[in-house]
Write a protein that binds this ligand. Structure first.
Ligand code: GTP
Ligand code: MG
Length: 281
């Protein structure tokens, strides 16, 4: 499977972000806690190598807590702090603000030493599509100033938001990179909803998802679908019958694929991560 997806607005956004980067103090990078590596954007990494960085692993409520803990450890470095949040929870507000102020503390201290008075931090919120950038800004601002939706490519233009006496945030459109060299990355992005699943053959994606869930969370198949076998074809036939996806005498497998992928993506089968530190090469 070869995924190519780089709509025109992303090229424009990348250029504008490059320009704005000069005036921001730090980067708040949102990644999906279920795919902390595949939701990293190498383009953005390149753009802002030297800026202090806060990685916000969003959707922690949908991710496997054990995997998330390992990722936090793995991703933390000298210039980078990592936190995990459920951005739909109000409590994420102080968590993000405190972490951003902490990341900026060395810079604040330098300013102070040079006699420069404290000023507002300008942070650029970046990340691939659908990871919760606009949701984070709304949560911090305590009102809905950005449009959010559960599909990739909602935000199309850069926009500033005043969210705290010490912090201004710049919302940016989700940006992907033009080509995924590793096919698994494309699949994981589709499972988490950061690329439209339409860019992949739905049967292959559904088969992959089934095999993945069978390997890592087999009990979820039993609980949600009362399926205890290990045969991918048999599973989707079972699901089609279970949900009455039948026309005349024919099973509508495509509907079963869609349902399964949607439920995996929405966390209906329970909290799941789609990649693990142990498998990082
Ligand atoms: N369960 C859960 N859902 C979240 C969380 N954060 C964001 N969402 C949902 O994820 C979807 C995408 O959120 P957005 O804020 O629109 O994502 P975005 O990164 O701005 O997306 P683009 O503008 O398309 O790049 C929305 O349906 C949010 O409600 C979270 O921590 N937990
Ligand atoms: Mg957005």
């Amino acid at each position: 499977m070869n995924v190519q997806w780089f709509p025109g607005h992303m090229t424009r956004a990348k250029r504008e972000m490059q320009e704005k980067l000069k005036m921001v103090d730090m980067i708040i990078e949102c990644r999906d806690a279920r795919i902390p590596l595949s939701s990293e954007n190498p383009l953005l990494l390149d753009l802002a190598k030297d800026k202090p960085r806060l990685i916000v692993l969003s959707k922690q409520d949908m991710a496997d807590p054990i995997a998330t803990k390992a990722w936090m450890h793995h991703l933390t470095s000298e210039n980078t702090k990592v936190i995990t949040v459920d951005l739909l929870e109000k409590s994420s507000r102080t968590k993000v603000i405190d972490a951003a102020l902490e990341v900026m503390k060395p810079k604040f201290d330098r300013w102070k030493a040079r006699g420069i008075g404290a000023r507002k931090i300008k942070a650029m919120v970046v990340g691939i599509p659908n990871v919760g950038k606009s949701t984070l800004i709304n949560q911090l601002a305590q009102k809905k100033i950005m449009t959010t939706a559960n599909r990739p490519g909602v935000t199309m233009a850069l926009k500033w938001a005043n969210v705290h006496p010490k912090l201004d945030l710049l919302d940016t459109p989700g940006v992907l990179w033009p080509k995924f060299d590793d096919a698994k990355v494309g699949i994981r992005l589709a499972l988490a909803g950061s690329v439209s699943e339409k860019v992949l053959p739905i049967d292959e994606l559904a088969y992959y998802a089934f095999k993945f869930v069978l390997k890592h969370y087999p009990e979820a198949l039993e609980e949600r679908y009362q399926y205890s076998g290990d045969d991918v074809q048999a599973f989707f036939e079972h699901l089609a019958k279970l949900r009455l996806y039948v026309r005349k005498d024919e099973l509508l497998l495509e509907q079963a694929y869609q349902t399964f992928l949607r439920e995996v993506r929405q966390g209906t089968l329970g909290a799941m991560s789609f990649e693990y530190v142990e498998n990082v090469d």
